[in-house]
Design a protein around this ligand. Structure first.
Ligand code: S3P
Length: 434
């Protein structure tokens, strides 16, 4: 459904606990299926994407019990997965499909993964190739879903140099490597989010890391592994939309509570700091990866992004472009070609939309060049069915001069179902009280 968004310069104020982290919730759900017993997920993200992962493990025989803000997932363990569903629909979720390619290789039964029209256009060879090197049979439709995974026994351990920096690809290889006949070594071009490594280690697996290199020891005694209690923190990629609004609207002072503050996820916040916004980070004493961030408005200046910084803010680049259009100077974003194969081609979608609104922005093969500041106009924009595009455009609407018409607001349900409720609260002048 179309939605009209009106300019609104009310500062963002208060304390907000962003929705729970999508990446961590996906992993907690998928990893619950590995070992026999009950995994507890406290504060899971309940959104379309994570429900795709939940459906996947349910089809493997995992039973889910919901208890207030906790899910308890009871699994038979991978050796006793159910074989009733051989075709599993991953919906819109690339994380579900890519991680499941590694996960399902642990089973001796073939299974096929399908997805919606957007996921069906996303490249899967980047996962299929290393898995094939490990001796796993993976069939794709000319590199795209549906994907069939078939394997018996142990996989070969490999040394793999990843051509793209992708946590999803890395995670799939790690999962397949758990049942290797030798250790597996993965080298990343740049470090990417390491939730998989941390969470599987918590469950008792032997995975060591040095910057850019991951070493996975095959599991020899599965019965010694244990299901975990996972507490899911707030998602910095969802918090980023509010941080962006706070960075754009004079007088803003926002506290984001209980957020994942892993360096691999907070590149956008470091970027905002470089643009002049005041950002303070207080890690919690008990858990170094969770903390509170405060964001206070300051005038924005341009700051470039290169390929080394992209993995730490890969989902926030459309917001970076919007911020650049409101900053003084020229911003070049390089090395962001991965955006072309996200839920939509996010480089093209960002440029097309911001141009409709009057931004001075140029498309490049691996990024964009933005000159600012420009006063954004209103107009009809397109989400391309992409949740992050919809929310970036909602942030843009706040600082535009005329109303913006969003073609379809429903896509936010993928990662942030409450987004427009909170957006309306802020538009009504309410201060966030957490
Ligand atoms: C994710 C990794 C990123 C990110 C996606 C979630 C994950 O993708 O864009 O939203 O949970 O591992 P890539 O690792 O493919 O860049």
């Amino acid at each position: 459904m179309a939605m009209v968004l009106f300019p609104n310069r009310i500062p963002v104020k208060g304390i907000l606990r962003p929705p729970s982290d999508k990446s961590i919730t996906h992993r907690a759900i998928l990893f619950s299926s590995l070992v026999k017993g009950s995994t507890h997920i406290k504060d899971p993200l309940v959104a379309q994407d994570t429900l795709s992962s939940r459906r996947l493990v349910e089809s493997l025989g995992v039973q889910v019990e919901e208890n207030q803000r906790e899910w308890i997932l009871s699994s038979p363990g991978f050796e006793d997965w159910s074989n009733v569903d051989r075709v599993i629909d991953c919906g819109n979720s690339g994380t579900t499909m890519r991680l499941a390619m590694g996960l399902l290789s642990l089973s001796d039964e073939p299974r096929t993964l399908t997805g919606d029209s957007s996921l069906s256009m996303r490249p899967m060879e980047r996962v299929a190739q290393p898995l094939r090197e490990m001796g796993i049979r993976v069939a794709t439709a000319k590199g795209y879903p549906p994907v069939t995974i078939e394997h018996e026994g142990r996989a070969r351990g490999i040394t793999y140099e990843m051509p793209v920096a992708s946590a999803q690809v890395k995670s799939a290889i790690i999962l397949a490597a758990l049942k290797g006949s030798e250790p597996t070594e993965i080298k990343e071009p740049y470090p990417t989010r390491d939730h998989t490594e941390r969470m599987l280690r918590q469950m008792g697996m032997t995975i060591s890391q040095t910057p850019n290199r991951i070493h996975v020891e095959p599991v020899t005694h599965w019965q010694r592994l244990h299901p975990e209690i996972f507490q899911v923190p707030g998602d910095p990629s969802s918090a980023a939309f509010w941080a962006a609004l706070a960075g754009l609207l004079p007088g803003s002072y926002l506290t984001l509570r209980d957020v994942s503050v892993s360096a691999r996820r907070t590149g956008f916040f470091r970027h905002l700091q470089q643009m002049g916004t005041e950002v303070n980070l207080t890690p919690h004493a008990s858990a170094e990866e969770i903390g509170t961030m405060t964001i206070s408005y300051r005038p924005l200046k341009a700051h470039d992004v290169d390929g080394t910084q992209v993995p730490d803010m890969v989902d926030e680049i459309p917001l970076v472009a919007l911020m650049a259009s409101q900053a003084v100077g020229e911003t070049t974003i390089r090395g962001a070609q991965e955006l072309r194969v996200k839920e939509t081609d996010r480089i093209h979608a960002t440029v097309e939309n911001l141009r409709i609104l009057g931004a001075d922005i140029e498309e490049r093969a691996d990024g964009m060049v933005v000159r600012g500041p420009t006063a954004l106009q209103g107009g009809g924009v397109k989400t391309f069915g992409d949740h992050r595009m919809a929310m970036m455009l909602a942030v843009a609407a706040a600082v535009a001069k005329e109303p913006i018409i969003l073609d379809n607001e429903g896509s936010v349900n993928i990662s942030y179902p409450m987004f427009f409720d909170q957006y309306r609260q802020w538009q009504n002048g309410e201060i966030f009280r957490d």
